[in-house]
Design a protein around this ligand. Structure first.
Ligand SMILES: Nc1ncnc2c1ncn2[C@@H]1O[C@H](COP(=O)(O)OP(=O)(O)OP(=O)(O)O)[C@@H](O)[C@H]1O
Ligand SMILES: [Mg+2]
Length: 448
């Protein structure tokens, strides 16, 4: 500021001195004339600089500040400094905004910013995906016009946002969304949207599972309790044979409960054991011979049971799990094949040219009752049985194939089922090539 005053004072002094000098040398009229001309020139110079300033002010915001001359140089330098500082602040603000935008994009949940009139002021791509909105064209629209769910509008109207709202079947894929409103900055609102489809499905599975287990345990327990009551009431009048009969029936029911609990424990151990089974070379021959022996014992001579082995000598996996899975398939064949039928157990290579990675398969083919096609896709669900009564009679819990599926998945394998009612079934447990070896180093093989 001082320099400005000094500059103005200096110009006036110079002008007066030049005017006075000329006046003294050539006469007063000349002196005044020269002073006047210089004043006009100075005025024109200021006008020209002012014109430059006005031109810059009217121009675009990012136009560079022009250069000035004389005392205007200081003015333009000052302006330039201010513009530079403002640009730097703007850039820092833009960077911070961009960081916030990216953080919002990285959120696993959807976020929508609503104005006091429920207009969309911003949203991340998850919100657009979950709610079926368009991040560009739906901006500024009222959210209740886009999300036409009466429950949603009612929830916004209540103003009580302690508990979230769950909207079911919001989209064509039947997704469930959890919506939570968070009021902020006065009347504004944040809408948090989370896809809870999987959680809801798990919750349904959990409650179905509890209901199934309770139901499965209730039946044998009721029978056992009934027998005990009968024995208590009539024990004086029952013959030893009758007592023996009731005790044996009660014993069968207890075995059934044990069977159920042991299957449940196996399933739970498989589920908590991670997604991969251990990788130990398991010798296939002794494993399948043991399975065949169990099958023969279960059949008690009622079926013709054969075993053929033509596949790789070892599976890289978990012995107990494989034995339980293969044993389950073989025991099903016995239980669902009437007397006189035949059951073929086969371990064979799979032709890689037919698609897939080749590998090998344990096949159990029976000439039993078969399975109607509509039941086949659901066989590996827990507690799923084609004929509940028949399966229960034979001590089945409906957990066997669920265990088989789990075991195979943990070995990166899978189960294939082909069946024709009245003719028989073929269950194929596929083991991928990566889990097979033909002859591991001596000493590493473990018998089943
Ligand atoms: N070889 C088969 N022939 C005909 N039906 C079969 C055969 N294997 C399985 N099933 C049908 O599939 C259902 C499910 O089998 P799964 O092994 O899971 O249960 P389960 O045999 O009833 O009981 P669990 O094996 O737990 O003792 C059976 O109830 C039966 O209806
Ligand atoms: Mg079974």
């Amino acid at each position: 500021m001082k320099t400005l005053w000094f500059g103005a004072f200096f110009s006036a002094l110079l002008l007066t001195m030049v005017g006075t000098g000329v006046g003294l040398a050539l006469g007063t009229a000349w002196g005044l004339g020269v002073a006047l001309v210089l004043t006009v020139l100075l005025g024109l110079h200021h006008l020209q600089q002012l014109h430059k300033l006005m031109g810059w002010l009217k121009g675009p915001l990012d136009a560079p500040v022009p250069e000035g001359s004389g005392i205007w140089d200081k003015v333009f330098i000052g302006l330039h400094r201010r513009v530079r500082t403002r640009n730097e602040q703007q850039r820092a603000l833009n960077l911070a905004l961009e960081r916030f935008r990216r953080a919002a994009e990285a959120l696993p949940d959807g976020v929508v910013i609503l104005s006091p009139h429920r207009q969309i002021e911003g949203m991340n791509s998850k919100a657009a995906l979950f709610l079926g909105l368009n991040q560009r064209t739906d901006m500024g629209q009222t959210i209740t016009n886009l999300l036409r769910q009466p429950d949603f509008s009612a929830y916004l109207d209540t103003g009580a946002f302690d508990d979230p709202l769950v909207l079911r079947n919001t989209r064509a894929d039947g997704a469930s969304l959890q919506i939570q409103v968070v009021p902020y900055a006065g009347e504004r609102q944040l809408l948090l949207v989370r896809d809870v489809t999987k959680l809801e499905r798990l919750e349904t599975m959990r409650s179905d599972f509890v209901a199934n287990v309770s139901h499965e345990l209730k039946t044998p327990l009721t029978v056992v309790a009934g027998f005990i009551e009968t024995l208590q009431d009539l024990h004086g009048s029952l013959s030893p044979d009758q007592v023996e009969h009731y005790l044996s029936l009660a014993h069968d029911q207890s075995i059934r409960m044990q069977h159920l609990i042991s299957d449940l424990l196996t399933l739970s151990a498989l589920e908590t054991g991670g997604s991969n089974a251990e990788v130990e070379p398991v010798a296939v021959a002794p494993l399948l011979e043991a399975v065949q022996a169990d099958t023969l014992a279960l059949s008690g001579g009622r079926h013709r049971i054969t075993l053929e082995m033509d596949g790789p000598s070892h599976i890289l996996g978990a012995t107990t799990e494989l034995r339980s899975a293969f044993g389950n398939l073989a025991s099903n064949a016995v239980r669902y094949t009437p007397e006189g039928g035949s059951i073929a157990l086969r371990w064979q290579k799979v032709d890689g040219a037919a698609g897939g990675d080749g590998g090998a398969a344990f096949v159990v083919a029976d000439t039993g009752i078969g399975i109607p096609p509509q039941h086949i896709p659901r066989l590996t669900e827990r507690f799923y049985r084609v004929d509940r009564g028949r399966s229960r009679e034979s001590g089945g819990t409906g957990l066997g194939l669920a265990i088989v599926k789990h075991v195979l998945t943990r070995h990166q394998g899978w189960l294939e089922v082909e069946s024709e009612p009245g003719k028989g079934s073929r269950f194929t447990a596929r083991i991928p090539a990566a889990r097979l070896v033909s002859a591991p180093a001596p000493g590493t093989a473990r018998a089943a």
